[in-house]
Design a protein. Structure first.
Length: 267
């Protein structure tokens, strides 16, 4: 297990520029320490902390906005604006860069690192313990055959082998068959591919409005009903797709519920 020493000085003005880091930050830092989150955190379709995020300041990731907040710690990620990151580095502000985690272990390490940076190491360990407990609770009770499944999102986006979602599927009683559709780590699968070779379980995003968007149209296509007898459909909200950290608790619970519902449907 990786451990991180507490930061030398306790930061009082923390800015996060990434929605996944936002979620970790609100779980380990004091509210008073948070100067701003990313604007993405306020979107309930994308973030599991939208209710909390709406009560905190946010930025649109410009260097000018961040500088105006007088931060003493900035959390950035690979997908954060490169121009903003360069500008902040040139100003000598303390910035911490995080990569996208591909494994549960890497995700837990990020929690510990952020907890150490904000001088809340024990709080970070408590979050890690909750996640590990949720994943263990989501494991199948018996050594039954894993169910063939894919996580299917708007625009036909699919999480493939080597992704964090792939490991979560493996831990909770599923076998990710994205590679059968020619998907690498991430890719898309057409409606025709699904109809020709349906998985046992389709873990599909929820349609958030009565009228599907262009990206959601395949998820509501009536042709999917033709494979309903051989393909069980279960909910996998889009907000669980890209982030690890505390989100993994909800991911584990969602996948365990999907596995149980699929087993019941097959009886």
């Amino acid at each position: 297990m990786l451990t991180f020493a507490p930061a030398r000085a306790e930061p009082r003005r923390i800015v996060s520029l990434n929605p996944c880091l936002d979620i970790i930050l609100v779980n380990v830092a004091d509210r008073e320490q948070i100067a701003a989150l990313s604007h993405f955190a306020r979107d309930p379709a994308e973030s599991t902390i939208s209710d909390i995020a709406r009560t905190l300041p946010s930025t649109w990731e410009s260097a000018e906005e961040v500088m105006s907040l007088n931060p003493d710690l900035i959390l950035t990620a690979q997908h954060s604006s490169l121009a903003t990151r360069k500008a902040l580095d040139q100003l000598g502000l303390q910035t911490e860069l995080f990569r996208v985690p591909d494994t549960i272990e890497e995700s837990l390490a990020q929690i510990r690192r952020i907890a150490a940076l904000v001088n809340r190491v024990e709080r970070g360990e408590a979050v890690v313990a909750r996640i590990e407990a949720a994943i263990n609770a989501a494991r199948p009770e018996t050594e039954s055959r894993p169910l063939n499944a894919i996580v299917y999102q708007p625009n036909g986006l699919v999480a493939g082998s080597g992704s964090l979602v792939d490991e979560m599927l493996n831990r909770t009683g599923f076998h990710n068959i994205a590679s059968q559709y020619g998907v690498g780590r991430w890719g898309t699968v057409s409606l025709e591919q699904l109809l020709n070779d349906p998985p046992e379980v389709l873990l599909a995003a929820e349609i958030l409005s009565g009228k599907p968007t262009w990206a959601e149209r395949v998820l509501s296509h009536p042709a999917l009903q033709t494979v309903a007898p051989v393909m069980h459909r279960a909910s996998f909200p889009q907000q669980l797709l890209f982030c690890g950290g505390p989100v993994l608790e909800k991911t584990a619970e969602t996948l365990a519920a999907a596995r149980l519902s699929a087993r019941e449907a097959r009886k």
